[in-house]
Design a protein around this ligand. Structure first.
Ligand code: DC
Length: 237
C-alpha cells in the first residue's frame, strides 16, 4: 500500500515510542517501507547532538554548553535530515557530513542518553522534529513522539519487549557490528538507559494514553509489522 491510498487527506503520522532495544528502528524502517512513508528516526538527532558536543570538546553533562551546541545546530541549520537517494530512509547530516556511521556506537548511545535529559536540548530539537513530520505520511520513532512531539498523531504505537529480550537483541546487534562487549554489560547498560529515559523530569519515556501497546517479545519482525499495518489501516483510513 502506497501513500496515494491516503490521497483524500493528509497521510497519517505514525508515532512509534518505546524503550531502547525494543526493535523500534528495524520495525519503523520496515513499516515505513511497507506504507511508502518516510522514516524519521528522532533518536539519531539526539545522537548527533551528543556527537557535536563531543567534537566541540564539551562533556555531556555540561548542560549550558551542550544546550548552546544544540541551539546553534538548529539555528544555523548545521544539522539536517535528508532523504537517502533510494528508499524511505533518512540520513543525518552534521556540518555537511553524513554522520550516520558515527552515531551508532555505545559511546554515542550513552552520550545521547545524557544530552536528551537536558530540557533546553529537547526544546531546541522540537521544531526540527515537527518539521520532519508535519506533512504526514511518515513513521516517527522515538521516546516522546506520541506524548510531546505529535500528541495529535493519527496513529500511536508503543513498542516494547522484556528487558532480557531487548538486551539479547542489542548484544547480537553490537557483536554483528564488531563491537566487543558482553551480554551482562549490555544488560547493565540497557537497565541504566531505561532508568534515565523513564525517570528524567522532561518528556520521560511513557506510553501515551491513546497508544496501542505492541509487545515484540518472542515475535519476529514480520508478525509485528503485520499487526502494525492492521492498526494503521484501522485507525487512519
Ligand atoms: O532510539 P535511540 O537509542 O537512538 O535514542 C538515543 C537516545 O536518545 C536515548 O537514550 C533516548 C533519547 N531519545 C529521546 O530522549 N527522545 C527521542 N524522541 C528519541 C531518543
Amino acid at each position: 500500500m502506497k501513500q496515494s491510498a491516503y490521497n483524500a487527506r493528509r497521510a497519517p503520522r505514525v508515532a512509534i515510542d518505546g524503550p531502547a532495544g525494543a526493535g523500534k528502528s528495524t520495525v519503523a524502517k520496515r513499516l515505513a517501507e511497507r506504507l511508502g512513508f518516510l522514516h524519521v528516526d528522532t533518536g539519531a538527532i539526539y545522537r548527533t547532538v551528543a556527537l557535536a558536543a563531543h567534537r566541540a570538546g564539551y562533556a555531556w553533562d555540561d548542560e549550558p554548553n551542550v544546550a548552546r551546541v544544540a541551539e546553534a545546530l538548529v539555528a544555523e541549520r548545521r544539522i539536517a535530515m535528508e532523504k537517502a537517494e533510494n528508499g524511505s530512509a533518512m540520513r543525518i547530516v552534521l556540518d555537511g557530513q553524513d554522520v550516520s556511521p558515527f552515531i551508532r556506537t555505545p559511546e554515542m548511545s550513552a552520550g545521547a542518553s545524557r544530552v536528551s535529559a537536558i530540557a533546553a536540548v529537547r526544546k531546541a530539537l522540537l521544531a526540527l522534529q515537527r518539521q520532519a513530520g508535519e506533512s504526514g505520511g511518515c513513521v516517527l520513532e522515538g521516546r516522546d513522539i506520541g506524548t510531546v512531539v505529535f500528541p495529535d498523531a493519527e496513529v500511536k504505537l508503543f513498542l516494547t519487549a522484556t528487558v532480557a529480550e531487548r538486551a539479547k537483541r542489542r548484544f547480537d546487534e553490537l557483536v554483528g557490528k564488531g563491537v566487543h562487549t558482553t551480554l551482562d554489560a549490555t544488560l547493565t547498560d540497557l537497565v541504566a538507559r531505561d532508568k534515565a529515559d523513564t525517570e528524567r523530569p522532561v518528556a520521560p519515556l511513557k506510553q501515551a494514553e491513546d497508544a496501542i501497546l505492541v509487545d515484540s517479545t518472542d515475535r519476529d519482525v514480520d508478525a509485528v509489522i503485520e499487526e502494525m499495518v492492521r492498526v494503521v489501516n484501522a485507525r487512519a483510513r
